[in-house]
Ligand binder design. Structure first.
Ligand code: C5P
Length: 478
């Protein structure tokens, strides 16, 4: 990964580099760890900013899940559904790249999709004419929608429009695309693409959460410039290599979703404890670690309720997000999300809150130089839930420590009553709070695993994989 090497050898943070190339820190970290591909425009900015050290070609051949993807795609049968969105032009490249890797592609082009790409161009690239109509007698004699649904190793919906997501979430079968989706047993990958306001709308978020809970996978959407002038935000369809990596994941014969059927509650971010209507007590937590865990859990098939304090980052795709301010609200939200199979308590909950919140803005008074706040202890959410009657089967806490990291974490694991503690070495690693990397130790009942410094996304992936293994072993030995 050229960009990662360049940033490291020049000691430039993702945040600083993001400012130089006028993108977000999250985008830079996804590019750095190989989870995204830049637009041509961004790739060129990166080339300029790195003095030519990182070129657009350095992003071309990346395969995030390693080299084995090629084998998985060879001979696979993929059904691509192209719905009506401007991003449909990228689907032509997706077909080309999938075929280059040996996949057999069939395409359903919806009526709206045909407004953006023609059946002729899709057919020329895919090697066979796309299917367009549910009641096409020729098609029904030839393959039929049930066979189309059953014959595919994976179904990819790219672009998945807001309208199609809404229909899918509600089980419609009014056209060929929705009928096939309803009739299939194959894994389905959605690559949503739409205007940022449409993506952010509660209805779309509800539909995506429902589809994730139904076991569908989601890739993207990404943040960036939209095709419409002056429109930017989260809504761009994932780039082709990201979609291909996600397809590889779907086709992985060993990639049975380890957390399918599980409900997981994840807390994330800081809490804000009000002092008066305009002031509050807070901390530097960004929510990156908790959000990454929620996203990794959703990818692993869990239905995820993310209870987040106030953060500047978007809700991860495919999770049910509940937004709260204070520790008391966070506890109430967690309690109302129970029952759950797993709880992961990543939030940096404020230990104290003001005893009495002023109803009016507190004013300076002439001649009075000092002022004090009376604080009372907040509920310990992790401890409360670990000892609740409705305790999830498995509970994981976090512990940020600067000294005697492991001893303190071991004690904390026992005192709080959780199963595992992930201990953050906040004294050792650079800028853990709010930063991109984390150096952690996993403290279990029997052992302590020292994990090397890695990105928060990598910590999340590893923790969820470790959890999946553990739950599978428990089940096997039960
Ligand atoms: O005691 P300490 O704050 O170090 O414990 C950290 C762990 O406990 C984290 O998992 C955090 O989310 C959780 N916690 C909590 N409620 C609190 C304080 C901490 O859930 N009031």
């Amino acid at each position: 990964m050229k960009l990662a090497q360049w940033l490291k050898s020049n000691d430039i943070s993702a945040r600083e580099f993001a400012a130089r190339v006028k993108t977000t820190e999250a985008t830079v970290s996804r590019l750095r760890n190989g989870r995204a591909q830049p637009s041509m425009e961004l790739a060129q900015k990166i080339m300029t900013a790195t003095g030519g050290a990182v070129t657009p070609n350095d992003f071309l051949d990346f395969s995030p899940s390693g080299q084995t993807g090629e084998d998985r795609l060879t001979g696979s049968r993929i059904l691509l559904i192209i719905a009506g969105g401007i991003a449909a032009y990228k689907s032509l490249d997706l077909i080309r790249r999938l075929r280059e890797r040996g996949a057999n592609i069939r395409v359903i082009l919806t009526r709206a999709g045909q407004e953006f790409v023609t059946p002729l161009s899709v057919g020329a690239i895919a090697g066979s004419a796309p299917y367009t109509d549910l009641f096409d007698t020729h098609t029904e004699f030839d393959v039929g929608h049930i066979r189309l649904a059953r014959d595919s190793g994976a179904i990819v919906v790219a672009p998945a429009t807001a309208d199609l997501l809404a229909k899918m979430a509600n089980g419609h079968a009014s056209d060929l695309a929705t009928a096939v989706i309803l009739a299939t047993n194959s894994p389905i990958l959605l690559a949503p693409a739409m205007n940022p306001s449409m993506w952010a709308h509660a209805a779309t978020q509800r539909n995506v959460s429902q589809l994730a809970a139904d076991g569908l996978s989601v890739v993207g959407p990404n943040e960036g410039q939209m095709a419409e002038a002056n429109e930017a935000g989260v809504g761009r369809m994932a780039e082709v290599p990201e979609i291909i990596a996600a397809v590889e994941g779907l086709l992985d014969p060993h990639g049975v979703k380890p957390l399918a059927g599980k409900h997981m509650i994840v807390t994330s971010g800081p809490t804000h404890e009000p002092i008066d209507p305009v002031r509050y007590i807070a901390n530097r937590s960004s929510g990156k670690q908790g959000h990454a865990i929620a996203e990794a859990a959703a990818r692993a098939g869990a239905r995820v309720t993310l209870v987040s304090g106030p953060v500047q980052i978007p809700d991860p795709p495919g999770v049910d997000a509940v937004h709260v301010e204070s520790a008391q609200e966070m506890l109430a939200a967690v309690q109302s999300a129970l029952p759950a199979d797993v709880g992961i308590f990543t939030a940096a909950v404020a230990d104290w809150r003001t005893e009495n919140q002023a109803t009016q803005k507190m004013k300076k008074k002439n001649g009075i130089e000092e002022m004090s706040l009376s604080l009372v202890q907040n509920p310990d959410i992790l401890k409360t839930i670990s000892n609740a009657a409705e305790r999830p089967e498995f509970v994981i806490g976090f512990a940020a420590e600067t000294e005697k990291v492991i001893d303190s974490a071991k004690t904390k694991r026992r005192n709080k009553g959780c199963d595992w503690i992930v201990a953050n070495d906040v004294g050792h690693a650079r800028g853990v709070m709010g930063g991109e990397v984390n150096a952690v130790h996993l403290v279990t009942e029997r052992e302590v695993e020292d994990w090397p410094e890695m990105t928060k996304d990598e910590v999340a992936e590893r923790l969820i994989a470790r959890l999946g293994d553990h739950l599978a072993q428990n089940k096997a030995s039960a």
